[in-house]
Ligand binder design. Structure first.
Ligand code: SF4
Ligand code: SF4
Length: 107
């Protein structure tokens, strides 16, 4: 088990700052979805993490906390993510894929 970044859509979608997407050292790991926030009634989309690519460095947490000052990202154990966070919204370009996990997630 290991830590991955998890973005709170309710906070992120109020700003649409996209700052974290410019600082993650892993390519195509923090992505942005125009619909994520709008589905919840917010004006903007939100950033999200392709958790199968996240290396757990927490750089995005520092950026969101200290540069953006929005406090929308937390590190969580991958087996404690909601299932939807792992299987939904994992997109590479136009192609969706299912994240590969070291062990199955319950719930
Ligand atoms: S830095 Fe924070 S508020 Fe800005 S896009 Fe990333 S998660 Fe959202
Ligand atoms: S923890 Fe590191 S690798 Fe994972 S999304 Fe944040 S910046 Fe990228």
């Amino acid at each position: 088990m290991y830590l991955v970044a998890d973005i709170n859509v309710d906070i992120c979608a109020q700003t649409s700052c996209k700052l974290c997407t410019q600082y993650c050292p892993e390519a195509n790991t923090i992505l942005y979805n125009d619909q994520l926030g709008k589905e919840k009634g917010y004006k903007y989309g939100a950033a999200y993490v392709a958790v199968d690519r996240c290396k757990g460095c927490a750089q995005c947490v520092w950026v969101c906390d200290n540069m953006a000052k929005h406090h929308a990202i937390k590190m969580v154990m991958i087996d404690q993510l909601p299932k939807a966070a792992i299987t939904d919204n994992v997109m590479y370009g136009e192609k969706s894929t299912t994240a590969l996990l070291a062990s199955p997630v319950v719930g």
